[in-house]
Design a protein around this ligand. Sequence first.
Ligand SMILES: [Zn+2]
Length: 283
Amino acid sequence: MADYRVTDCHVHIAPLEQFNPAAMALMQKRPQWALVEELCRSPRAFLRHMDAAGIERAVLINYVAPDVIGFNNSVNEWIAKYVKEDPRRLIPCGSLHPRHTTNIMADVEQVLKLGLKLIKIHPPHQLLYPNDYQRGVKELEIIYRAAEANGVPVMFHTGTSIFPGARNKFGDPIFVDDVAVDFPNLKILLAHGGRPLWMDTAFFLIRRHKNVYLDISGIPPKTLLQYFPRIEEIAHKTVFGTDWPGPGVPDIKRNLDDFRDLSLREAAQAQILEKTALEIWPE
Ligand SMILES: [Zn+2]
């Protein structure tokens, strides 16, 4: 089996103390909770964990969602500091929230200055539609414009969420269609491919727009080909990710092993595990 330099484009390494009690209660049920705590505290421990799992680089997902989860703007500084341990292997993802900012220009500026390599928008947890800039939420347009101008991709959570207070109508990827049209040079990742309600919509958007990509995290690899039977057609725009320690993702290594076991052509495996991520986040 070929040895790929795998990027996991979706791991939640976050400041755990910011979780509100309801979200924390759900998180603490995770099978590897003690490990989650350790790895969120220690980048060195996380790098060792990546070595053991066969992961070369990881994108560390953070987002601002005070209403549903508890995360505030300080996640951006937190993750920028965390990745200093190894900036080549640890890729920082931060976030902005249109309703939780006093000065959007200053906040965008800070995200760029911190060197964050991805901006996450989580509609079901941020309680907004990706295209709300069409309904007066100017801040969203400012975020997308800045990301587009500076070559920073934007990842949207698409699909459902089971966290208390999450609103799933916002998880339909169709609302990303406007963003792809209005910001043609913005690289857009559809996290979880709309799972489990909107896979067809996600597949359509990825084929329709040259700037829309698929992040397969959160989809159990064993069911990936049921959800995306034509994934080889979009392999050049697909990135591997686990969503650990999200629901249904017990272990990074097992997730990767299950993906490698799929009957995909070698070229598609290489593309999804290694190449697409290197195009989005060059070393
Ligand atoms: Zn996630």
